[in-house]
Every structure is written in structure tokens, then in C-alpha cells.
Design a protein around this ligand. Structure first.
Ligand SMILES: Cc1cc2nc3c(=O)[nH]c(=O)nc-3n(C[C@H](O)[C@H](O)[C@H](O)COP(=O)(O)OP(=O)(O)OC[C@H]3O[C@@H](n4cnc5c(N)ncnc54)[C@H](O)[C@@H]3O)c2cc1C
Length: 410
């Protein structure tokens, strides 16, 4: 039965896109959007890219302009968090003491940056990047000659490093692991990006242990005994799913809210989408939690359709991108350390594609300034069919032709 009132918890990208899809699919019932941030839904990728590069204007990317929510009769409760869910009564409690009843509840609460365990209280010059305010707090620190220490050589840490170098900062990146972006990309890409950052003047260190940060102008103490005087420190060591609300309400939770391929939790009236959703992906054949723009958007759309009674299965090949020093990296599929690697084009010149194959099938592709090829690579992964690796590595053979031959064979 289609509910008469949908409450969306979390005014981020997934929350915004879910509402857009509900109205887009003709849902005429009541919608209430509750968001802990004071803002309407916005997209976060620009926070570590355009907003820090500061290309002459504010680069906040709103999911929809404010007028759209009025036109589409979306009730907004912004700047107030949901504190509890009463599943039996189908109500949520808000931090301001009010409550809302729901027919369907969408949890799109995203993630929170992981804090450094050695930092026991907040420090005005030790920053993480998740919100507009975080990005706005960091931007004035990025000035010529300032020393920025970044803890974590993941995507966000390295994007911040690239932006800081563009402003003339001295940049030190401290990474505990032996390579950069280790969770998301193959070793070869990590090596290329380590080289890139070092060539651009970043002091990039692996196996680096931070044991303390002290002082108003922060001094970073390393396990090696070295001390680094910084003007600001950015911590980019991953995120934690905001699933406490769900867990306290007795929903199944395991590194995120457990949902099926339609976004349904173990309570038929409650759904989850975006970074917080640990969802089953039938195409990949397993469950996973993704932290990506594509996932936040398309999973939210799938949830909206499910609520409206359409049997929409969310089963996509993952896709992510990162921009550093004007080089666009795109990743599709999931990297596998056991995979065989095939290269196409000029990866050393940051213009090519690296494919990973398992049992002859492409499971992951990373494109450097190769957006068009990556679109096709994603389709090739989606076929799950064995490919001719020699053809894949030969730029004279069009990827579209490889894809077409796979399609016709299936
Ligand atoms: C700096 C940065 C750069 C990124 N760059 C890329 C990129 O280049 N490419 C890419 O694919 N992805 C990128 N991402 C990831 C992408 O932005 C996220 O995957 C996406 O924002 C997830 O959307 P979401 O709606 O699930 O969560 P969010 O956008 O985090 O929204 C969740 C919202 O829920 C709110 N909330 C939490 N708990 C409650 C509560 N109890 N009550 C009410 N509200 C609550 C939060 O305050 C937040 O506003 C980036 C992320 C960041 C932070």
C-alpha cells in the first residue's frame, strides 16, 4: 500500500534525490524532510575540489533550489536531528522535542568523518571535510607559504593536497598504509598518484604514525620522533556510517543499515539509501556499503520507486571519480588485489585505462582522463563475460566494439 506520509531523515544527496524521485514518479502524499544540517540537500564532491580551489564564486551544488521544495510541497525541518524512531507507533522524535508520524521512513543519514583516536577534543585548526562549513573553515587556511599537514592519503586527503598546492601551501601528507587510496584503487594507480603528488611538491610519507597533536598552532608528533609545525591539519581517515538511530530502533545493522536490493530494511515501513545503506547488489552477488555520488543518487531513486510499489532492483556497477591537479580519475567496479592487470593507453602520461580481470572477466577499471572509455568499461563489467585481454590492451581496438561483441555473444 502506498503510504500517505513519507518522512526522510537526512537532508543530504540521497535524501534530496529520494524526494525528487517520489514527486517525479507522481507521489501526491505528504513529504517531510528532516535534516541535522541547516542546509537544503547539496552534493559534497565540490567541498574538496571547486570550493577549495575557489574559482571566483561559491561552488555549492544544491540538489534542487529552495523554490523547488515549495513548489513540490515538501515540508522542511532543517537544523534539527531525529533522535529516535518508535517503530510500533511509526513516529520519529526530533531534537526540538517534536515528533512526526510516518507511513514510510527513509533513513539517508550518511556518514561522519572518523576522528583521530589520539585527539581527545576538537581543535580549531584540526579539520575534517564533510560539510559546507568544514570546507569554508579550511579555505582561508590555504594561503601561500602556510604549512598544511594532511593525515590520510585517501581521495579526500589527496584532493585537499592538490588544492593546497594550487594556493602555494607547503603540504605534508602522512599515511599509515604503504600506499595511497589503497581501499579504492589498484597498486599501479597508487604509485602513479604518489609520483604525481611528489612531483607537484607534496611531501608524501607512507608508514607514518601520528602519536599526538598539541599546541594552538598545531604541532604534529610522529612515531619516528619528528615534530611537524603546521598552520592547519586536515584529517581524512575515512568515515563511519550514521546508523545509531537505526540500531537503537532494533533495525538490522552491520557497518550501515542492512537493506535488500530495493532498499528495504527488516522493518517493512523503513528504507535506507546512500552512504549509510549496507545493501545487497544482485549484479555483484554480495552486499556492500558504498560512499559515492552515483550510489547516493540511484539508490535513493530505487527506494522511492519501491515505496511507490514499483519493483525496482538497484543493481549497478559502482562508479566513483576524483579530480587532482586537473586530472580526472574515474573508477568503476571494485578493485581486487588478486586480479590480473591490463593497461590501455598512456597511464604514465595520465591518459589511459587500467583494467583488472578475474577469471578473464573485467571486475574493475580505472581511467585517467578517459571518461568516455570508462563509460564503456562500466558496461563491459556489467556483462560479467570473459573478454579478450589482448584486445582490451590494444588502443586500436575500440572498447565499444569489444562491448558490442560481448553483447551479441550473450
Ligand atoms: C569532501 C567530499 C568529497 C567527495 N567527492 C566525491 C567524488 O568526487 N565522487 C564521488 O562519487 N563521491 C564523492 N563523495 C561522496 C559523496 O558525496 C557521498 O557518497 C554522498 O554525499 C552520500 O550522500 P548521502 O545522502 O548518503 O549522505 P550525506 O550527503 O552525508 O547526507 C547525510 C545527511 O544526513 C544528516 N543526518 C545524519 N543523521 C541525522 C539525523 N539523526 N537526523 C537528521 N539528519 C541527519 C547529515 O547531517 C547529512 O546532512 C565525496 C564526499 C565528500 C565528503
Amino acid at each position: 500500500m502506498i503510504p500517505d506520509h513519507v518522512v526522510v531523515v537526512g537532508a543530504g544527496q540521497a535524501g534530496g534525490r529520494a524526494i525528487e524521485a517520489l514527486r517525479g514518479q507522481g507521489f501526491a502524499g505528504a513529504i517531510t524532510l528532516v535534516g541535522a544540517e541547516k542546509h537544503l540537500p547539496y552534493e559534497r564532491p565540490s567541498l574538496s575540489k571547486e570550493m577549495l580551489l575557489d574559482l571566483g564564486q561559491e561552488r555549492i551544488v544544491w540538489v534542487r533550489p529552495a523554490a523547488w521544495y515549495d513548489e513540490h510541497k515538501v515540508e522542511r525541518r532543517l537544523g534539527v536531528a531525529v533522535t529516535a524512531i518508535d517503530r510500533a507507533a511509526r513516529t520519529v522524535a526530533l531534537a526540538d522535542g517534536s515528533s512526526l508520524s510516518y507511513g514510510a521512513l527513509i533513513l539517508a543519514t550518511g556518514t561522519t568523518p572518523r576522528q583521530l583516536p589520539i585527539l581527545h577534543h576538537s581543535h580549531p585548526r584540526v579539520l575534517t571535510i564533510r560539510t559546507i562549513e568544514d570546507s569554508q573553515a579550511l579555505r582561508p587556511c590555504l594561503v601561500d607559504g602556510a604549512h598544511l599537514v594532511i593525515i590520510g592519503a585517501g581521495f579526500i586527503g589527496l584532493e585537499v593536497a592538490a588544492a593546497a598546492r594550487a594556493h602555494g601551501c607547503a603540504v605534508t601528507v602522512l599515511e599509515a598504509a604503504p600506499r595511497a587510496m589503497a581501499r579504492g584503487v589498484p597498486e599501479r594507480i597508487s604509485e602513479l598518484y604518489a609520483k604525481l603528488h611528489r612531483e607537484r611538491g607534496v611531501d608524501l610519507r607512507f608508514h607514518a604514525g601520528v602519536i599526538a597533536i598539541e599546541g594552538e598552532r598545531p604541532i604534529v608528533h610522529l612515531r619516528s620522533g619528528e615534530r611537524l609545525q603546521a598552520d592547519a591539519v586536515v584529517v581524512g581517515i575515512g568515515v563511519i556510517p550514521n546508523d545509531e538511530l537505526a540500531s537503537a530502533a532494533g533495525l538490522a545493522v552491520d557497518n550501515g543499515i542492512l537493506v535488500d536490493a530495493q532498499g528495504r530494511s527488516n522493518d517493512p515501513a523503513i528504507y535506507a539509501a546512500g552512504d549509510v545503506a549496507h545493501h545487497h547488489n544482485p549484479l555483484l552477488g554480495h552486499s556492500l556499503r558504498l560512499e559515492s555520488w552515483q550510489n547516493a543518487q540511484n539508490q535513493a531513486i530505487a527506494v522511492a520507486k519501491t515505496i511507490l510499489g514499483q519493483d525496482h532492483v538497484y543493481a549497478e556497477v559502482p562508479w566513483f571519480w576524483s579530480d587532482q591537479y586537473g586530472i580526472n580519475m574515474q573508477i568503476t567496479g571494485l578493485t581486487d588485489p588478486q586480479a590480473t592487470v591490463v593497461e590501455r593507453g598512456d597511464l604514465d602520461g595520465y591518459a589511459g585505462v587500467l583494467f583488472e580481470l578475474v577469471d578473464g572477466r573485467v571486475v574493475c577499471a580505472v581511467g585517467l582522463n578517459a571518461a568516455r572509455d570508462l563509460r564503456v568499461a562500466k558496461q563491459i563489467i556489467g556483462t560479467k563475460l570473459p573478454v579478450d585481454s589482448a584486445a582490451l590492451g590494444n588502443p586500436a581496438v575500440k572498447l565499444t566494439d569489444i562491448y558490442k561483441s560481448l553483447k551479441s555473444a550473450s
